[in-house]
Design a protein. Structure first.
Length: 379
């Protein structure tokens, strides 16, 4: 019997059949299926559709894996989404959603005022709550004597996020803030925060930290961070730090200045109602008369208490704190007002600042001494 089988099926034929049989139960994936050990890994290798999705996700993640935020996001997805699946259908859904999330997005051209229509009547924006994906990026040193923290600037350059943060206290003798400047770069460095300058007098705006901070004297321009260092009550000098270089800042004859965040990149004008606390928030446009209501009097919880609106450079949206606990987003084109993030623990939110991450809408902000990023799950 064995002899007849050898005549009918030569060794090469048996190997071919063995390979074909194996290939029907173990498919190619981004990892070695021969070493699959968990139930989830075995389900991936045993399904052609999920194996293909796994390879596709792996290819999408390759250009992002050097970025700290996406490393955190991917690790969280593996643990809380993929590895929690008990069926092939669940895995297909999890992979499809993550592939969609990691796929780079082209940002549409930003509309001008003339492209925006005023809402007729006194109808407010559609209001909702849609939490974005929140990632803890870094923890500030929180050194002795620190009582103030400000996110000064944030920008994505060549796909890499750079954030400048100040931590210190107000020095009444100098009439300026004194403390440390830090840079966060969203890459997998052992040293998450780099100290740009330590124990300096920092002049960042006419009224740094106020609801209307006035003109700003610190910011990012052409890949460098410019700021003014206060040497004494009456002496200032311009300084510049090359982003990502970790080199000492040097003196600069170029002095940075820009409009307040409330006005910089603005697509519309904003007005705030008063009455003990902030009341109605409205928008107006130069090309058409009248106002439209963004947030009516008597908002969530008790009433609106709106701080530091800041406009996106690339989208017709602005972001603001309502009190110290929540961040809101207003889109003047689709007329929506959305709560996108809230404070964790007992921390206070500071300086929500818009950025673009892989083409997605996102913000960075301080929550106490933690630097966080919230990124939109929908585009």
């Amino acid at each position: 019997m064995a002899e007849s089988m050898r005549k009918t099926f030569p060794v090469s034929g048996i190997l071919t059949l063995t390979f074909l049989f194996f290939s029907t139960v173990a498919h190619s994936a981004s990892f070695d299926c021969g070493k699959a050990s968990t139930d989830v890994e075995k389900k991936i290798c045993g399904s052609s559709s999920v194996s293909i999705l796994d390879e596709k996700l792996s290819e999408l993640f390759k250009p992002l894996k050097s970025r700290r935020a996406f490393q955190i996001i991917e690790s969280d997805w593996l643990e809380s989404e993929r590895n929690a699946c008990e069926s092939v259908e669940c895995l297909e859904d999890a992979y499809t959603q993550q592939i969609q999330f990691l796929s780079p997005i082209s940002i549409a051209p930003r509309p001008t005022q003339k492209d925006i229509k005023l809402i007729l009547g006194d109808k407010p924006y559609t209001q909702s709550e849609r939490s974005w994906k929140v990632v803890d990026l870094a923890w500030l040193p929180n050194e002795k004597g620190v009582v103030e923290r400000f996110l000064i600037s944030a920008e994505t350059i060549s796909g890499m996020l750079h954030v400048i943060v100040f931590e210190g206290h107000f020095d009444p003798a100098m009439i300026a803030y004194r403390g440390n400047l830090y840079e966060y770069v969203d890459r997998n460095d052992r040293q998450i925060l780099h100290t740009i300058a330590k124990d300096i007098g920092f002049d960042g705006a006419l009224s740094l930290g106020s609801n209307d901070e006035g003109k700003r004297f610190a910011g990012i321009l052409d890949g460098s961070f410019y700021y003014r260092q206060q040497l004494s009550k009456n002496q200032l000098r311009g300084m510049v730090y090359k982003l990502g270089s970790k080199l000492p800042p040097v003196e600069s004859s170029l002095l940075f200045q820009q409009w307040p965040n409330t006005n910089e990149n603005a697509v519309s004008g904003l007005t705030f109602g008063w009455g003990g606390e902030y009341g109605k928030l409205q928008a107006y446009y130069s090309h058409t008369p009248g106002y439209e209501t963004i947030a009516p009097v008597g908002g969530p919880d008790a009433s609106w208490n709106i701080y530091n609106p800041i406009w996106s450079k690339s989208r017709p949206t602005f972001y603001f704190k309502n009190g110290d606990k929540t961040v809101w987003r207003a889109n003047v084109v689709d007329k929506t007002l959305t709560k996108i993030a809230k404070a964790s623990d007992e921390g206070m939110i500071q300086n929500p600042t818009p950025i673009d991450v892989n083409g997605r809408e996102a913000i960075v902000y301080l929550n106490g001494s933690t630097l966080k990023m919230a990124i939109s799950l929908e585009e």
